[in-house]
Design a protein around this ligand. Sequence first.
Ligand SMILES: NC(=O)c1ccc[n+]([C@@H]2O[C@H](COP(=O)([O-])OP(=O)(O)OC[C@H]3O[C@@H](n4cnc5c(N)ncnc54)[C@H](O)[C@@H]3O)[C@@H](O)[C@H]2O)c1
Length: 271
Amino acid sequence: MKNLKNKVAVITGAGSGIGRALAKSLAAQGCRLALSDVNQAGLKATAADCAAVEVKIYALDVSDRDAIYAHAEQVAQDFGQVNLVINNAGVALSASVREMTDEDFKWVMDIDFWGVSHGTRAFLPHLIASGDGHVVNISSVFGLIGVPKQSAYNAAKFAVRGFTEALRQEMKLEKQPVSVSCVHPGGIRTNIANAARMGKSENIQALRKGFDKLAMTSPEKAAATILKGILKNESRILVGPDAWGIDAINRLLGSAYQPLVERFSRKNMYL
Ligand SMILES: NC(=O)c1ccc[n+]([C@@H]2O[C@H](COP(=O)([O-])OP(=O)(O)OC[C@H]3O[C@@H](n4cnc5c(N)ncnc54)[C@H](O)[C@@H]3O)[C@@H](O)[C@H]2O)c1
């Protein structure tokens, strides 16, 4: 996809953070937008910021498989085509493997992994039919390295990466007109930590403060990097200097990155 003008883009979780910034950036490129979220107030605010282009908003819970498939049909009907699908909606959980509940683990997997994979599979026939399609799945730097108290999020984001990288190869082997990118943001200053669930012994305030300190990239900058990556058809889009650093450490050290993360966590999380 060399040009986004008049293309139809679908963004889940568009009511806040990276999703909202992506919607605004795509609108500035002349994209037509199908925006969804569980947060209707946030979604309406995003749509108001994108009023220069055709924009429709949809109430969608990405953890509801049947709702995603119905949504894909609805968007295709409303816009007549679908070119770009950004599976962005996500949530976070901070809890150790020993402490987290099955319910919280499932909550993360249902949204962060199944939401992405259903969103991909539901829209894929429409992207192929468009003759010029692109799937963009939002993983994380936590899809590159394991981190204490992030096992559920790690599991979901590593799964997104594996699923997305396999899909990219399949699309090429099958000569389908669909590009595929996996996005690995570092810390982005959004609402994600405020909306996160916590294990019962976690200190919510300390965690949010720690996140605010570490999140070094604005959602607007993140959106600009993601759009650039889409237009260059990058398979892996790293967002923020911390993401580049983590990717480099991972490549250089392989599994020996783990003592570094332990040391960092001992200093910053377990005091
Ligand atoms: N902020 C970061 O530091 C960071 C880092 C790496 C990856 N990410 C990923 O980026 C994506 C966007 O997150 P963000 O940082 O913009 O967070 P955010 O909380 O600002 O936005 C997430 C949006 O997803 C929506 N959402 C939550 N559950 C949903 C559901 N079941 N169905 C539909 N929508 C739902 C929320 O209402 C919200 O509008 C997520 O996948 C997140 O995991 C974020």
